[in-house]
Design a protein around this ligand. Structure first.
Ligand code: TYD
Length: 196
């Protein structure tokens, strides 16, 4: 399962709530995040979020490199063991941020991620939808390189996500992120039940 949404949409809270609930059900859960999840991918995270400005394709390729390592050394082995994997961001983040918002093209960016992960796709993706203006209103503290892009960029990310949800209704479940966290978590559990 993956969680997606604009920055400050509350998706990380939902990923944590779902992981805890699955564990309470007696399931073994690997809870992870992107960019990150392996030492190499955490190194990429530092470079891409806190390093120098870079060309859009360099950024897309770095996210893809982190994802390749993460998929091969964390996600695939966990799935092979029969564990549940809950991942905070995955390939749809690249499609929305680099493909749509940076303008590299959704199809090309998706294909890059599919090549480097040997076509590893989530069974279910929860898109936490929150108006970008409302999301930015929640923002405080230090911002990373992507978060500093501002409102116009986040609107494009949001549009990119909505297009993904519309194109893949079987996989992507959009949930209204403007509600209380517990209410959102309840809906996510209900939507997941048929898969468990
Ligand atoms: P996130 O982990 O949600 O940030 P934080 O830990 O600060 O809450 O994501 C980090 C940023 O990376 C976020 O702005 C989205 C961006 N990102 C991409 O642009 N492309 C990607 O493929 C991924 C995984 C993240």
């Amino acid at each position: 399962m993956t969680f997606e949404g604009v920055d400050w949409s509350g998706k990380s809270t939902q990923a944590e709530l779902l992981s805890s609930w699955l564990r309470e059900q007696g399931r073994t859960v690997v809870s992870t995040r992107e960019p990150g999840g392996t030492p190499v991918a955490e190194g990429v995270r530092e470079l891409v979020l806190h390093g120098q400005d870079m060309s859009p394709w360099a950024e897309a390729a770095l996210y893809a490199a982190a994802r390749a390592d993460h998929a091969a050394s964390v996600i695939r082995p966990a799935l092979a063991r029969g564990d549940d994997v809950v991942c905070d961001r995955y390939l749809d983040s690249s499609v929305a941020y680099q493909g749509a918002a940076r303008g590299l093209g959704e199809d090309r960016v998706r294909e890059l991620s599919l090549i480097v992960t040997e076509r590893l796709m989530p069974d279910r993706t929860f898109l936490v939808v929150l108006d970008p203006e409302q999301a930015l209103y929640r923002a405080r503290g230090d911002h990373d390189r992507i978060e500093r892009e501002g409102a116009a960029f986040m609107r494009k990310v949001d549009e990119g996500y909505r297009a993904i949800a519309a194109a893949e209704p079987e996989r992507v479940v959009a949930v209204d992120g403007a509600r209380a966290p517990d209410e959102i978590a309840e809906e996510i559990r209900e939507r997941l039940r048929p898969l468990l």
